[in-house]
Design a protein around this ligand. Structure first.
Ligand code: PMP
Length: 375
């Protein structure tokens, strides 16, 4: 099937695979072994990758803490920060589960939270962040780009605002990094979450960027070793980290051209789908990840279409499935869709290797199937 689900994960870039392979074999050393060449070579590769990941987001190498992915990075940022005096958390209603569930857990442990609404485009109002700040606010956590509707948040003023109030600022940049410019200095964030498998790197590795100023406000959530300044103990997965570094460097170089290519393909997909009357676009088009589209037709249940087209197109519905029941996406509900409308959300994620011909074929298949399923 044609793969149009790049927000879930992206295929490994062959150049990334090439960079990784020697570290599964000849260069198998432990980056923590300081007494022999095997260790030195692994450590050198890790530090090289660290610099490449840092460069993607305008950070310093020393600020990168490698993790198993963005879920873990988000957990460290949300569960490891904030003392007892300043524990109020400000976040949004459209965060990824790994932030939303941490927020819920903080609340369960007695920390108040404020969940900011978003508008129909899926964007927060920065003025509402300012209004939500209380004397006990310790952390603001907002994703730069949304994983379902691709909405890019206006975060420019929030880092500055947080700093003035002595509040830590965490940005989940998992869907943004490698696809749109991400600058830690511009964001003035304290923590930034990243994941390699969203930018054609390997699954199972990510990073939490921890700025030098924020370091003393963070406590580890895992214990057992002094790797990664103690913030993430455990033997480093050298091949994965090397892959992350290679993927970050490729993404940084490819981004200007790739984002234009993706936006053009996305425009073409939208034009083709709009041929079938009643098409609704979920979220705004102006501030949106270039490879993202989320649409629906009245009376069409996304899961029905996805099931029908399973041999032809791989895409995603905005809904999370329990064993038997479908749950409408909280993101689509938050931008004002009814539960029924939210169950109709079709999420498209185009990627580096998506071709025009694939978009054409996918659109044709969808246009053929959708009318058969509308109720
Ligand atoms: N945050 C966002 C915005 C995401 O889209 C994802 C992945 N779907 C994650 C965090 C979790 O990333 P990982 O798969 O690396 O744990």
């Amino acid at each position: 099937p044609i793969y149009l689900d790049h927000h879930a994960t992206t295929p490994l870039d062959p150049r990334v695979q090439d960079a990784m392979l020697p570290f599964f074999n000849a260069l198998f050393g432990n980056a923590g072994s300081a007494e022999h060449r095997y260790g030195w070579r692994a450590q050198e590769a890790v530090e090289d990758a660290r610099a490449r990941v840092a460069a993607l987001v305008g950070a310093r190498s020393a600020e990168i803490v490698f993790t198993s992915g963005a879920t873990e990075a988000n957990n460290i940022a949300l569960m490891g920060s904030g003392d007892h005096a300043k524990r109020h958390l400000i976040t949004t209603g459209i965060e990824h589960a790994s932030v939303a569930a941490c927020a819920a857990e903080r609340e369960r442990r007695g920390g108040p939270i404020t969940i900011l609404p978003v508008d129909r485009d899926g964007r927060i109002d920065p003025a509402q962040v300012a209004t939500a700040i209380r004397p006990d606010t310790g952390l603001i956590s907002i994703a730069l780009a949304n994983h379902e509707i691709g909405a890019i948040q206006p975060l420019d003023d929030i880092g500055n605002l947080a700093r003035r109030h002595g509040i830590l600022f965490h940005v989940d940049a998992t869907q943004a990094a490698g696809h749109i410019p991400v600058s830690l200095p511009a964001l003035q964030a304290d923590f930034l979450s990243l994941s390699a498998h969203k930018l054609h790197g390997p699954t199972g590795v990510g990073a939490l960027v921890v700025t030098r100023q924020a370091r003393r406000h963070l406590r580890p959530i895992l214990f057992g070793g002094d790797q990664e300044r103690g913030f993430r103990p455990g033997t480093l997965p050298v091949p994965l980290i090397v892959g992350f570094g290679a993927a970050a460097e490729i993404a940084r170089e490819a981004m200007p051209e790739e984002s234009l290519h993706l936006a053009a393909l996305r425009g073409r997909l939208l034009d083709r789908l709009a041929v079938l009357p009643g098409l609704r676009v979920h979220g705004g088009m102006r501030f949106r990840l270039p490879g993202n589209l989320n649409v629906g037709w009245p009376g069409l249940v996304a899961r029905d279409l996805i099931d029908l087209l399973r041999d032809h197109v791989a895409l995603s519905s905005g809904s999370a499935c329990g064993s038997a029941t479908l749950h409408p996406s909280p993101v689509l509900r938050a931008i004002g869709l009814t539960a029924e409308e939210a169950l109709g959300g079709l999420r498209f994620g185009l990627g580096r290797f998506t071709t025009e011909a694939e978009v054409e074929r996918a659109a044709t298949a969808i246009l053929r199937a959708a009318p058969l399923l509308r109720r």
